[in-house]
Design a binder for this molecule. Structure first.
Ligand code: SAJ
Length: 409
């Protein structure tokens, strides 16, 4: 069996490597020549534990090969980004582009799997785009079980930092445009998934993925709202949550400086876009979480105002602890905004970034070590609970004004 993975990003590349490690022939298709060359040289451009070792292995055995030109295969797996527009509408252009790339090489008996997180109805759209591009083939929306091409949706659900474990151990929801589509897709996932594979329709699978991330978003919003309420009522929110969570049926998540990453801050909008009148709570959760960085900013500015020469040390700029990903990071947003507002000298400590982005230095941010930051700063803002910060001696903070958005104290 030959599998073509379209999109060699955070999901596509690990998936390609894991399938190749099971002995299948895998072709990685990507529009970025640099990515293709890097992989073919046995290297990677994504920070994810152990990914380098497995990619090097499967490239050296020839099981994984990257290319910018689509080639015939038995299975096509699409793992491209599904961002949203400024107006919070889903942008499906990468999926459409993927359809245009694979359509010319599609052949009778092929299976197309959409892995990208997508609004409800996208798998049907994908099948319709393919049908328009290949009128000589039949598709499940017309031919059902008898179609020439099978199309399924199997949303990824791996957690960055644990991608290689979770790819194998997580249960998978597999939605087909027909029963045959789902069963054929399951046969592929069984090659590398140890978790259970559960079959359903494509629409339900799409909604399941959006629901998972919205569930988390709503629960984080609850925690963030509690943190603001507790500030006002002069209660330590971390102690409060610890106590409330002693109840056997209560499990409150952690407040923070806001919600980042390219999944939880995006996916709930796909539900809101489909059902704007009905998705009231889901929309409110998004708005609550998006407002949190501004609340934290105001707190930092108020603390800085107490000093003649404010020196603010910001601990962490990634979107969550112990990773190097700064995309959609509320901590990064806070730090940039602090520099723009010119409230004082801003020091940034970020142990996980090997290279400091040039724009940030140009924006006036000074990157330094934790020790240097402690020595100079009068205000300390904990924005990410990296291991280095969790393990540091907290008595050093005693003489400072501390805004701890992650509860590491
Ligand atoms: N966060 C909090 N409080 C918490 C938990 C998280 O403020 O109690 C914040 C984090 O700091 C971060 C953001 O939420 O800024 C998201 O982090 P995350 O660890 O919750 O999730 P992601 O975005 O890394 O990955 C999520 C996962 N989804 C769920 O846990 C339901 C992952 O399984 C999905 O595969 C991934 O989205 C995705 O690709 O959709």
């Amino acid at each position: 069996k030959r599998v073509c993975i379209v999109g060699l990003g955070y999901i596509g590349l690990p998936t390609a490597a894991v399938i190749a490690s099971r002995g299948l022939e895998v072709i990685g298709l990507d529009v970025n020549q640099h990515s293709v060359d890097t992989i073919n040289a046995g290297n990677i451009y994504i920070a994810e534990p152990d990914l380098d070792i497995i990619v090097r292995g499967v490239v050296s055995t020839g099981n994984l090969r990257a290319t910018t030109e689509a080639e015939p295969a038995d299975v096509f797996m699409i793992a491209v980004p599904t961002p949203f527009t400024k107006g919070h509408q889903p942008d499906l252009s990468f999926i459409k582009q993927a359809a245009e790339e694979i359509a010319p090489v599609l052949a009778l008996g092929n299976l197309v799997i959409l892995e990208s997180t997508s609004p409800v109805g996208t798998t049907e759209k994908l099948a319709n785009w393919l049908k328009e591009l290949r009128p000589d083939l039949t598709f499940p929306q017309d031919q059902g079980e008898l179609a020439d091409i099978n199309v399924a949706h199997c949303p990824e659900r791996v957690l960055p930092g644990y991608i290689l474990q979770e790819l194998v151990s997580n249960d998978r929801v597999i939605g087909g445009l027909s029963k045959t589509c789902a069963e054929k897709a399951m046969a592929l996932y069984k090659v590398f998934v140890r978790g259970e594979c559960i079959l359903t329709t494509a629409r339900t699978a799409e909604m399941a993925k959006l629901t998972e991330n919205s569930f988390r978003d709503v629960n984080i919003a609850f925690a963030n709202e509690l943190s603001v309420i507790c500030d006002k009522l002069k209660i330590n929110v971390w102690e409060l949550i610890r106590l409330a969570n002693r109840h056997p049926r209560v499990n409150i998540l952690k407040p923070g400086p806001g919600v980042g990453g390219h999944c939880i801050a995006v996916d709930p909008w796909f539900i809101v876009d489909s059902c704007p009148e009905e998705a009231k709570l889901i929309r409110q959760a998004r708005e609550t979480n998006d407002a949190k960085p501004f609340y934290v900013l105001d707190k930092i500015c108020a603390a800085a105002d107490e000093f003649k020469r404010p020196i603010i040390a910001c601990l962490g700029i990634t979107f969550k602890p112990d990773i190097d990903d700064i995309r959609e990071s509320p901590a990064l947003h806070i730090v940039e905004e602090l520099a723009a507002r010119q409230v004082g000298q801003v020091l940034v400590v970020e142990p996980n970034l090997k290279h400091v982005p040039k724009e940030l230095v140009e924006a006036g941010l000074e990157f330094c070590s934790l020790e240097a930051a402690f020595e100079q700063a009068n205000v300390i803002a904990v924005l990410v609970d990296h291991k280095e910060f969790r393990e540091t001696d907290k008595s050093e903070f005693a003489s400072k004004v501390v805004i701890d958005t992650r509860g590491i104290f």
